[in-house]
Design a protein around this ligand. Structure first.
Ligand code: GDP
Ligand code: MG
Length: 694
């Protein structure tokens, strides 16, 4: 038997699913879309039952991949039963989906989740009344505390073998007659789920309303007989939504019993009056975000540099230092071991300088990424992120994005890789693509060393303004291209943003640990595969010439040196390759495509072979590099070079992440082409504008 789990996002579906399926769970993908398909087996009944976790949805309309996947499974996958999980603290919004599920002919059991919260707020639910009015069994559960689960599954098992006929609130509305007529046509025709399809036909929903040529005209003729109130302006979808909400309010909401002594507003309402306040909402939000980034990225936490000399680094930075020490130790040990075994120089170079350094450089970001994700998971689980997205929705809407895009964009300032993975929360496919495409423009942490280097060398008096300028150029590029993309290849408006505000909850350790584990797994896998390959290739290309003889690392005779020289003409209009030996800047750009961390070390090696690339933070050696750079880059050329690095392909890990999100080669190549051309055009504009003014 197959039971499908359906419910709104944040209703506790995953928690219930994990409880039911335990170790049998596995994740796949729904065909053709980037939506997770979770499946597992529940063994607590007379026979094993397969549980399919449908994606979290608010409705069974055809607008998001999640909705399409869910309704296709409900209508065509023929589950034996649907467990509709309902967040009892948000009964009205959750039952909206329930009314749609009940229109199918599939047996349904409603699980009223979060019953522990309801109780603690001094309320209760009249389960038998609700069950009688919904016409299906209703069981109170708490997925979190493992309460009521066995009762739920027993009820489900019993119900699964009892046939059910779809029911719709439309049946007690002015258009009931027409709906029944259309349903009758479908029934005669032998179409499954006649009530569901009849309501969809009235809503004007294309996907499941077209019953084939034979009765389509009849269906339309019946629908045309319906007269809507003029206020609705012929919007059938809204008319039906209206009917649903009215029906819920007048038939189901009496099930909610407030205890006499319960306060007028729940705790959540009170907190929300402050946190989503028109005046204070955004400032509070930015303060929280600042705190998170500060704790993750600052090297002088809580401005402690004013207290102690140098100050204390933030926990994130401290852990990154430790991770750096660990990887350095591994690299040095490997080098020592190889030398002990008298390995050839090229082997030592490949393993220590190529492989381990490359992977190590990337892994050293793991602590900060984890930390950022920990904070963000806490905000998410507590219910605060829903509020933040709501607050940012209006400002973002002007650029064709909705509030949901905000969080990934914010994360992009830290690292594009988790940010791109974070776009999964976006419901609209085009919006998701747009957000991924804009990602490089939010200057990530790995680009900061480039800005610092050039700011100190070329703009010593205006270092802060030069760095700040990079962030502004990135934002400008994001705004301009977002508007352009929305009018061309990603036509359309931001998705309609309905988001129920879940009640605030204490985040649970188990949930947090699981989220983090998924992130670590993804990140480490990427580091181990893509980055390893890329590093080995780059190391090889910069250490060998075309006749496969080893040359001085990064010299002009190496393969990158030769190819870099060939590519110089492409970059000439951008101004930064006019100095002697112009290929060097090109090679730095190219290594930057692998990882932006490599730009500074490449420049170090190429422009001043005397100095140790690892000691760039050291005052004296960076002084030498600064002098070399001043000789090679005019201010305008430096800005152009920085702009190109800012706007171009962020790094191979980001490309891999984007590829995993798109799952579409054509889009991937379009996006890479978009990044490269934006970088070229941006650098061109910056160079010529700066040449005029500087
Ligand atoms: P999903 O989005 O529907 O998959 O929801 P999750 O399973 O991720 O749950 C969302 C949040 O609700 C998590 O923080 C859970 O710990 C919490 N949660 C789930 N079920 C319950 C419950 O019965 N009681 C309480 N208090 N919290 C719950
Ligand atoms: Mg979930």
């Amino acid at each position: 038997m197959n039971f499908a789990l359906a419910g709104n996002p944040n209703s506790g579906k995953t928690t219930l699913f994990n409880l039911l399926t335990g170790s049998t769970a596995h994740v796949g993908n729904w065909p053709g879309v980037t939506v997770d398909r979770r499946e597992g087996v529940y063994r607590g009944l007379a026979e094993d039952v397969r549980i399919i976790d449908l994606p979290g949805i608010y409705s069974l309309s055809p607008y998001t991949p999640e909705e399409v996947v869910s309704r296709r499974y409900i209508l065509e996958g023929a589950p034996d039963l649907i467990i509709n999980i309902v967040d009892s603290t948000n009964l009205e919004r959750n039952l909206y989906l329930t009314t749609q599920i009940l229109e199918s002919d599939i047996p349904v059991v409603v699980a009223l989740n979060m019953s522990d919260v309801i109780r603690s707020e001094g309320e209760s639910l009249n389960v038998s009344l609700l069950s009688e009015r919904l016409g299906v069994p209703v069981v109170e559960i708490s997925a979190l505390r493992n309460e009521g689960i066995e009762e739920l599954m027993e009820a489900a098992y019993k119900t699964a073998s009892t046939p059910r006929i779809g029911f719709s609130p439309v049946e007690s509305s002015p258009m009931a007659g027409e709906m029944r007529e259309i349903a009758g046509l479908f029934r005669e025709n032998g179409t499954s789920h006649p009530v569901f399809r009849a309501v969809k036909a009235i809503e004007g929903d294309s996907l499941y309303s077209s019953p084939g040529e034979s009765i389509a005209a009849n269906v339309m003729a019946i629908r045309d007989k319906i007269s809507l109130p003029p206020a609705l302006d012929g919007d059938f979808e809204e008319a039906v939504a209206d009917i649903r909400y009215r029906y819920i309010a007048s038939n189901y909401m009496q099930a909610r019993v407030r205890a006499d002594n319960s306060p007028m507003f729940s705790k959540s309402d009170k907190i929300d009056r402050l946190l989503t306040n028109k005046l204070f909402g955004l400032p509070i939000f930015f303060a929280i975000m600042f705190l998170i980034f500060h704790l993750t990225f600052s090297d002088s936490v809580m401005f402690s540099r004013f207290l102690a000399d140098g100050g204390f680094p933030a926990p994130g930075v401290m852990m990154q230092d430790w991770m750096g020490m660990l990887t350095d130790w591994v690299i040095e040990s490997a080098r020592a071991a190889l030398e002990l075994w008298r390995a050839d120089a090229w082997l030592t170079g490949l393993v220590a300088d190529g492989l381990l350094s490359g992977v190590g450089a990337v892994l050293s970001f793991l602590p900060q990424i984890l930390m950022l994700f920990l904070f963000l998971s806490i905000l998410e689980d507590s219910g605060y992120m829903a509020r933040a997205a709501l607050l940012m929705d209006r400002p973002l809407r002007r650029f064709g994005l909705s509030g949901r895009a905000f969080l990934p964009m914010l994360m992009g300032f830290g690292c594009s890789v988790p940010a791109i993975m974070g776009t999964r929360t976006l419901v609209d496919e085009r919006e998701r693509r747009l957000t991924v495409m804009l990602m490089p423009f939010f200057s990530c942490g790995a680009k900061l060393p480039i800005w610092s280097l050039f700011a100190a060398a070329i703009f010593p008096r205006n270092a802060d303004k030069a760095v700040f300028g990079m962030y502004l150029i990135g934002l400008a590029a994001a705004i301009v291209t977002a508007i352009m993309l929305r009018q061309t290849i990603l036509k359309g408006d931001a998705s309609y943003f309905i988001m129920e505000l879940p009640a605030y909850r204490m985040p649970r350790l188990r949930n947090l640990a699981m989220h983090l584990w998924e992130k670590v797994k993804g990140f480490v896998t990427k580091a181990a595969t893509i980055i390893t390959c890329a590093t080995v290739v780059i190391w090889f290309l910069s250490n060998f010439n075309f006749s496969l003889k080893m040359v001085d690392a990064n010299s002009r005779d190496s393969i990158v040196g030769v190819v870099g020289s060939l590519a110089v003409p492409l970059f000439r209009p951008l101004g930064f390759v006019s100095m002697p030996d112009p290929w060097r800047a090109v090679v730095a750009i190219v290594t930057g495509l692998i990882a932006k961390e490599m730009v500074v070390s490449t420049l170090g090696v190429l422009y001043n072979p005397e100095i140790d690339a690892n000691a760039l933070s050291d005052e004296t050696s960076s002084g030498a590099l600064n002098l070399a750079l001043v000789g090679s880059f005019s201010p305008a050329a430096a800005l152009s070079f920085m702009t190109f690095n800012l706007l171009c392909v962020p790094c191979m890990a980001a490309v891999a992440a984007a590829n995993a999100e798109f799952r579409n080669k054509k889009w991937m190549f379009t996006t890479i082409a978009f990044w490269i051309s934006t970088a070229w055009i941006g650098a061109f504009i910056v160079y010529h504008a700066a040449s005029l003014f500087l």
